[in-house]
Design a protein around this ligand. Structure first.
Ligand SMILES: [Fe+2]
Length: 297
C-alpha cells in the first residue's frame, strides 16, 4: 500500500496533503494513490491516521480487496469488533468482517431486510463502554443511484448549540442501550442470552474527542435516557438534541461507487443508510468491519 501520492486536486485548506481531496468543507477527505492490496509502513499509515483524526471521514476509491485485506487495514486502526448478531440478512455467518446488504435469505433484493436499524442515526457500538473508533465499509455492489450513506458531524452540532443549552448539557450523562434500540426500532426484544452480552453503557452526553480535544454532542438511536432525569423528560431532550444535530448543515451524503472503502470516526459522527432506491430490484452489497474503542468516555 502507498500513501496518497498523486495530487488530483487541491482542497480549500492550505495543509491538504498531496493526493488528498477535501470532499466537504466540514468533514471528509478522499485519498487518491492508495492501494490497500500492498504492504505499507508505519509512517505511511500514520499519515492516513492523521488525516482520519482531522477529517473524521475517509473515502479511498477504487479498491479491489478481499475480506482479509479489509481486516488487515482495519487492524492498523485497532482491534476489529466481534458482531452482535451472528447471522446476516442473506443467511451468511457474520464474522468481524461481514457483509451488509439488502438481500434476503435467498440472496434476493428485498425492501424489508431483517436488520433495519442502519436506516436510523447512530454511532456503531455506542452501547459499549468504549464505543468504537471507526467503521469501514467496502462497496461491492452498488445500485445505479441512491442508497447513499449520510454522516452528521456531532462536533459541528455541539459548536452550533446556544450557549445556554451547552451549559445545561455539558455535565450530563446518557445511557446508550442496545436493548432500547432493539425494542424501539427493530421491534425485536432481546433474548436472555443477548441481554447478558449487551449491557447498556453510561457515557458523557458531551464527551471530548480523545485526539482533537473538541466537544461532541453524542446522541443517536442507542441513547435511551439521561442519568438522573425523569425518563420522559430525558427522552424529550435527547430527541430535541438529535433533531438539532442532524440538520442539513451538519450532514454529508456519500454517493457510493463500487470499490470505495469508506472509514469514519464513530467517536464524533453518526450515520445512517438511505432507502431511496428500488430495494427490491437493485443489489446493495457491502463488506463491513467495526474497530473497537480504546477508552471509556
Ligand atoms: Fe452503522
Amino acid at each position: 500500500m502507498s500513501t496518497p501520492s498523486t495530487a488530483l486536486s487541491r482542497g480549500r485548506e492550505s495543509n491538504v496533503m498531496p493526493g488528498e481531496r477535501v470532499i466537504w468543507d466540514s468533514m471528509g477527505s478522499e485519498l487518491h494513490g492508495v492501494d490497500l492490496t500492498a504492504p505499507f509502513s508505519d509512517s505511511q499509515f500514520n499519515e492516513i491516521r492523521r488525516i482520519f483524526c482531522k477529517r473524521h471521514l475517509l473515502v479511498i476509491p477504487g479498491q479491489q480487496i478481499d475480506a482479509d485485506q479489509l481486516e488487515a487495514f482495519a487492524m492498523r486502526f485497532g482491534q476489529p469488533d466481534p458482531v452482535v448478531k451472528t447471522e446476516a440478512n442473506d443467511g451468511s455467518f457474520r464474522k468481524a468482517v461481514h457483509s451488509v446488504s439488502n438481500l434476503n435469505a435467498q440472496g434476493v433484493p428485498t425492501i424489508s431486510p431483517v436488520i433495519n436499524a442502519n436506516y436510523f442515526w447512530h454511532s456503531d457500538r455506542a452501547y459499549r463502554p468504549k464505543g468504537s473508533i471507526c467503521t469501514m465499509l467496502h462497496g461491492i455492489e452498488i445500485p445505479p443511484s441512491g442508497g447513499d450513506t449520510l454522516f452528521a458531524n456531532l462536533i459541528l452540532a455541539y459548536k452550533a448549540l446556544p450557549e445556554v443549552t451547552k451549559k445545561r448539557i455539558d455535565q450530563l450523562k446518557v445511557i446508550h442501550s442496545y436493548e432500547f434500540m432493539r425494542e424501539t426500532i427493530m421491534k425485536l426484544p432481546l433474548t436472555e442470552e443477548e441481554r447478558k452480552k449487551q449491557q447498556p453503557s453510561e457515557h458523557s452526553l458531551v464527551p471530548i474527542h480523545p485526539e482533537t480535544g473538541e466537544k461532541i454532542l453524542f446522541i443517536g438511536m442507542y441513547a435511551s435516557e439521561i442519568v438522573g432525569m425523569p425518563l420522559k423528560e430525558g427522552r424529550a431532550l435527547l430527541t430535541e438534541l438529535q433533531e438539532f444535530a442532524t440538520q442539513p448543515q451538519f450532514i454529508f451524503a456519500h454517493q457510493w461507487r463500487a470499490g470505495d472503502v469508506v472509514v469514519w470516526d464513530n467517536r464524533c459522527l453518526v450515520h445512517k443508510a438511505t432507502d431511496d432506491y428500488q430495494m427490491d430490484k437493485y443489489r446493495r452489497v457491502m463488506r463491513r468491519v467495526v474497530v473497537q474503542g480504546t477508552a471509556e468516555f
